[in-house]
Ligand binder design. Structure first.
Ligand SMILES: Cc1ncc(COP(=O)(O)O)c(C=O)c1O
Length: 385
């Protein structure tokens, strides 16, 4: 079955009890055990039919043997990191999500887990940062917020050569555009809050693996610590997945058009979008990404911080807000919003300047979004440059 068909059918068979084509939401926290016989489910933290349906779809879409749905993307990252213990080391790409940076540097460090950040786009420099005690290599592609592209297959080979697992936060790419497990990664993780849910109304996370033993270890940790996705959220996420491919392909097409257009505007000093030929990761992205370059893009305003702020505050359709991946377009300033938890010097060293603006391109008509950006730039640069 093709991806789009699996997104609709896998995990979503009609309800055997009633024939309902849209499966019910199982809110029950406990499951009867007649005469002491335990069925497939006993208690909702350990297993829930609505969550299980979502996990089946996710595993299929990411080409894994199984998936786990968490209460948030950070709970999913944490669930993976709890595979580690005192004395273990994590090598993470410099472009990882700010919350992952904070978890590694301000929470996991307390348990004796150390972290090194190195540029995952420069394989030699990345490998040079690996240590004998490195157990996990963690990357994002496209990276947040510079849209850097990392060679997942090469990182998998490198991690395995050093006895480490490769985990990929694939929130930006989604399984429509990149399937890390097929490229050799051990773990793929999502903030389901973003594209998987897709409508800005679910907070959730997901992990998919292709090794049953690793799945069992992650399940044990999740059940022991309790950060499971609730039934209503599981249902909403399953519903979002049914249109995932259509949304991602269309939103990516619009983002590509906007990136082209922005790169011709002299009020913009640089556009970061892997679909543009001048993006440093373009050739790799063209090989690694399937059918599009994603719906996220960033750009630098040719002006000071105040000018960038005026642009971000002048859009009407693009709403000034953190998060991404919904049908509504959003705009934000990473230095002040999504990446505020980075230490300033780390942020600047990684190219996240004060003038950077990030767009999450939604499902609105491309012409309307372009018009919105144009009027915001006109307003911010009045009198015109
Ligand atoms: C790339 C990426 N990873 C992880 C997360 C964390 O996910 P959540 O907010 O669902 O906990 C986010 C949230 O913005 C993200 O953008």
């Amino acid at each position: 079955m093709q991806f789009r068909t699996r997104a609709i059918h896998v995990g979503n068979a009609a309800d055997p009890a009633t024939g309902a084509v849209v499966r019910p939401i199982h809110l029950s926290t406990t499951f009867a055990q007649p005469e002491g016989r335990r069925g497939e489910f006993d208690y909702s933290r350990s297993g829930n039919p609505t969550r299980k349906a979502l996990e089946a779809t996710l595993a299929s879409l990411e080409s894994g043997v199984g998936a786990l749905a968490y209460s948030s993307g950070m709970a999913a990252v944490h669930g993976v990191m709890m595979l580690l213990g005192k004395g273990n080391h994590v090598l993470a790409g410099t472009d990882v999500y700010g919350g992952t940076y904070r978890l590694l540097h301000e929470v996991l460090n307390r348990s004796g887990i150390t972290t090194t950040l190195a540029p995952s786009t420069d394989l030699a420099a990345f490998e040079a940062a690996i240590r004998p005690e490195t157990r996990l290599v963690w990357i994002e592609s496209p990276g947040n917020p510079l849209m850097s592209i990392t060679d997942i297959a090469a990182c998998a080979e490198m991690a395995h050569r050093h006895g480490a697992l490769l985990g990929v936060d694939s929130t930006f790419a989604t399984p429509v555009l990149t399937r890390p497990l097929e490229l050799g990664a051990d773990i793929v993780m999502h903030s389901a809050t973003k594209y998987l849910g897709g409508h800005g109304d679910v907070l959730g996370g997901a992990v998919v693996v292709n090794d049953p033993e690793l799945l069992e270890r992650l399940y044990f940790i999740q059940n022991a610590t309790g950060a499971v996705l609730a039934p209503l959220e599981s249902f909403l996420c399953s519903r979002g997945l049914k249109t995932l491919e259509l949304r991602i392909l269309e939103q990516s097409r619009t983002a590509a058009r906007l990136a082209e257009w922005l790169s011709t505007d002299r009020r913009i000093s640089g556009v970061k979008y892997p679909g543009l030929a001048d993006h440093p990761g373009h050739d790799l992205a063209a090989r690694q990404m399937i059918g599009g370059f994603g719906a996220m893009l960033s750009f630098e305003v040719a002006g000071d911080l105040a000018a960038a702020q005026r642009v971000a505050r002048s859009t009407r359709l693009f709403q000034l807000a953190v998060s991404l991946g919904g049908v509504e377009s959003l705009v934000e300033q990473p230095a002040m919003m999504s990446h505020a938890s980075y230490a300033r010097q780390d942020r600047l060293a990684h190219g996240i300047t004060d003038g950077l603006i990030r767009l999450s391109v939604g499902l609105e008509a491309p012409e309307d979004l372009r018009e919105d950006l144009k009027q915001a730039l006109d307003k911010a640069f009045d009198p015109p440059m």
